[in-house]
Design a protein around this ligand. Structure first.
Ligand SMILES: *Cc1c(COP(=O)(O)O)cnc(C)c1O
Length: 410
């Protein structure tokens, strides 16, 4: 079923996984056979009806898809301009979009006869989604996580352990996501025979960026169908907006609309304390330069010597120092716009969503909402904005409490 949208856009990637100047596969020779094997298996699965039938069944009965497309009426009235729709991917099992992709990769791993799944995680959301699906299928799961992140993200570490995963703290480098990704790649080369590497965003060497995008495209595909069927609408959205860490939920929303020139596409990066030379942000496109990281060429946060910089954001899920290569390309050719929203703007949006819609959002989509708040008032009332509410805020209430000066006393 999802087959018809795959490769629908003429753009990319090419056979080497390049999106314009970006993407590709910058990996060691030892890794190359694994990557090629994965690519062949995915090419095969992509056109196999039984693969998508299994995905559809689990999306429906395990994840809870399709997620609703919800008209945010009070928010629309309050902002006084464009009509705002929220794609409710925060209602998925495990509370975010990550599981859409994890299911796809793990079904693929099972087809390949792999019994051990490895993953890297920063804030822990991808680790939790991977541990969840591994528990469901009885697969061994090892999650690499920067030692610093293990400390900062204790609730997710405990969730992964409850789900039976082994969490390996990574102490190399600065002990964050970038270092965890390197260790996961090393594990993969060492344990080729039984191990599958499950990447959590549209990054890594080809075919990962395209494959993860394909799995997440269910988001945009549902939006198309839902808005077409919506009473009084029956058309395409005018603007689609999503938050960007590595860029997977955004690519999932954007991809099915790339060919529709009338649809304006906006990606929202984490502006932290402001996109300036102090680098207290995670805006790879707004404030970074092209370079190579994690097997692909893309825009990265780096210093004058090309050293990768740690990003900063109030939202741990957005602090990836790069961005998926397809976004870099869409930026270069001007098909999508990329903007940034600061911590303060995201916090204000978070509260607006709670107060007006009764939806406690994750801090990541609060960034997308921050941009909706900026542009909606100046747009006409027949302009439709669809924003991806890609995660729920239960995980973030402690951070928000701290910023709002509320003492939780726990
Ligand atoms: C992980 C995460 C993100 C960032 O990842 P993308 O690949 O950019 O989608 C954003 N929102 C939520 C809720 C997440 O869990």
């Amino acid at each position: 079923m999802a087959e018809d949208l795959i490769n629908s856009f003429m753009g990319g990637p090419d056979e080497n996984g390049r999106f314009g100047l970006h993407g590709g596969r910058f990996v060691s020779e030892t890794l190359m056979p694994l990557i090629l094997d994965l690519e062949a298996e995915y090419e095969n699965a992509k056109t196999d009806d039984s693969f998508w039938a299994e995905m559809d069944d689990l999306w429906t009965h395990y994840v809870g898809r399709p997620s609703p497309l919800y008209y945010a009426e009070r928010m629309t009235q309050e902002l006084g301009g464009a009509k705002i729709y929220l794609k409710r991917d925060e209602l998925n099992h495990t509370g975010a979009h990550k599981i859409n992709n994890v299911l796809g990769q793990i079904i693929l791993a099972r087809r390949m006869g792999k019994t051990r799944i490895i993953a890297e995680t920063g804030a822990g959301q991808h680790g939790v989604a991977t541990a969840t699906v591994c528990a469901k299928f009885g697969l061994k799961c090892v999650v690499y996580m920067g030692a610093h992140d293990v400390e900062r993200q204790a609730p997710n570490v405990f969730r992964m352990r409850l789900l039976g995963a082994e969490v390996v703290p990574v102490t190399s480098g600065r002990g964050t996501l970038k270092d965890a990704m390197n260790d996961a790649l090393r594990d993969w080369v060492t344990n080729v025979r039984d191990t599958f590497y499950c990447i959590g965003t549209v990054a890594g060497p080809h075919p990962y960026p395209a494959m993860v995008r394909d799995f997440q495209s269910i988001i945009g595909k549902e939006v198309r169908t839902q808005l077409a069927a919506q009473e009084g609408e029956g058309r395409l959205p005018d603007t689609v907006i999503a938050a960007i860490g590595g860029g997977s939920n955004a690519m999932g929303l954007f991809y099915p609309f790339l060919d529709d020139e009338s649809v304006r596409i906006i990606g929202v990066e984490a502006g932290g304390k402001g996109v300036d030379e102090t680098m207290q942000h995670c805006a790879s496109l707004s404030g970074g330069r092209p370079g190579v990281l994690h097997g692909n060429r893309t825009y990265l946060l780096q210093d004058g010597d090309g050293q990768i910089l740690e990003g900063y954001s109030i939202s741990a899920g957005l602090d990836y120092p790069g961005i998926g290569p397809e976004h870099s390309w869409l930026h270069d050719i001007g098909r999508a716009e990329y903007v940034s929203i600061t911590d303060a703007e995201a916090l204000a949006a978070f509260q607006l969503s709670c107060n007006l819609e009764g939806i406690i959002p994750a801090l990541e989509p609060s960034h997308a909402l921050g941009h909706v708040i900026k542009i909606a008032p100046d747009l006409p009332s027949d302009h439709i904005i669809v924003m991806n509410m890609c995660g729920r805020g239960d995980k973030d209430i402690f951070t928000v409490a701290k910023h709002l000066g509320f003492d939780m006393k726990i």
